[in-house]
Design a protein around this ligand. Structure first.
Ligand SMILES: Cc1cc2nc3c(=O)[nH]c(=O)nc-3n(C[C@H](O)[C@H](O)[C@H](O)COP(=O)(O)OP(=O)(O)OC[C@H]3O[C@@H](n4cnc5c(N)ncnc54)[C@H](O)[C@@H]3O)c2cc1C
Length: 307
């Protein structure tokens, strides 16, 4: 039975593994071991996984992992794990039993604040060891700042570094622009997932109209060269002014190419920039042009009906 620290000390690839928790780390290891041939079962208490990601992209990942024999048990909770000589036995609250060589526990991280005697400094932490901060990463005590995992979501190395820089600037009285709203998320599953901006679900919930432009890697020369037949890039575009509202990528190099969309969004660019730009050929970046054309065509078709 291991967590994400212990898993790197495994001496052999397990034949079977139960991953408890379908968060980012759980899914990264589930896909890694599935690719190595391990029979993986993912148990998740919630009805779906990675619920902050675009649903279509998560569906693509699930399809891909099922193809590698991964079994998903959503809406299920692990009640007990029995350690036997030959294997571990996971007992779910529903009564199901799953035997596995290895059980990996990845059901959330805790702030390591228990032994810090926070109360001596006038601070407290919540039930998961997290400390509350304001927009400048200052705690309720004026001269104490906190950044990184200990302040909670998104708990990434990328954001934590920036939080640290901003906190230091604020503490030293240096002017700073604050954290950008456009924080990319990178998930190193196989295939990778990355996105920036809003998801379809968020826009729908907020009644913000959008059009979807999709490029499939298999339609791109570079996609065919790298043999990626499943990858896709999806743009969410405002039909009103062409602004990019979200960029979602699944497949080879997703965590790299998302930054093109981030730059366009961050500089206030619209889909027109991508329509008019010439991209190197053959590249995966070309997906932006294909997706932009797809979105623009759909918007134009609707405009023609409207007029
Ligand atoms: C398996 C895994 C994969 C990840 N992959 C990614 C990824 O791909 N991309 C990404 O952006 N993020 C990733 N993350 C998240 C990233 O690692 C964290 O968000 C980041 O490390 C947070 O930085 P931090 O400084 O807040 O905490 P940490 O990196 O945990 O640093 C805290 C340090 O404080 C030390 N410490 C604790 N208590 C004390 C004490 N009392 N006295 C002195 N020292 C103490 C600890 O030993 C540790 O070295 C991953 C995390 C995990 C677990």
């Amino acid at each position: 039975m291991v967590d994400s620290d212990g898993v790197i000390n495994l001496q052999a690839v397990p034949r079977s593994m139960v991953v408890v928790g379908a968060g980012v780390i759980g899914m990264e290891y589930a896909s890694l071991f599935a690719a190595l041939g391990t029979k993986v079962t993912v148990v998740e208490r919630r009805p779906r996984m990675l619920d902050f990601c675009d649903e279509e992209i998560v569906e693509s990942l699930k399809y891909h992992l099922r193809d590698l024999s991964v079994t998903f048990r959503f809406g299920e909770e692990v009640a007990a794990v029995e350690k036997h000589r030959s294997a571990a036995l996971c007992v779910l609250r529903s009564g199901k039993k799953i035997a596995a060589d290895t059980v990996m526990y990845s059901a959330g991280r805790q702030g390591q604040t228990d032994d810090l005697a926070l109360e001596a400094a006038g601070l407290t932490a919540d039930h998961r060891g997290r400390i509350t901060v304001d927009a400048d990463y200052r705690t309720t005590v004026e001269n104490i700042y906190a950044v990184g995992d200990v302040i909670g979501f998104p708990a990434l190395a990328s954001t934590s570094m920036e939080q640290g820089r901003l906190a230091a600037q604020h503490a030293c009285g240096e002017p700073a622009r604050g954290m950008s709203d456009l924080q990319p998320i990178g998930i190193y599953t196989i295939p990778e997932i990355s996105f920036v901006g809003k998801t379809e679900e968020e826009l729908t919930d907020a009644s913000v109209p959008f059009e979807v432009g999709i490029a499939r890697y298999r339609e791109l020369a570079r996609g065919q060269i790298v043999g990626d037949s499943y990858g896709m890039l999806k743009l969410l575009v405002s039909p009103e002014d062409g602004r990019l509202l979200g960029v979602h990528v699944f497949g080879t190099g997703a965590t790299e190419i998302v930054h093109i969309g981030q730059a366009v969004m961050g500089c206030g660019g619209t889909v027109d920039y991508l329509l008019d730009a010439v991209f190197n050929y053959p590249t995966l970046a070309e997906a932006y042009k294909v997706a932009a054309l797809d979105a623009a065509n759909k918007i134009r078709n609707i405009t023609r009906i409207d007029t």
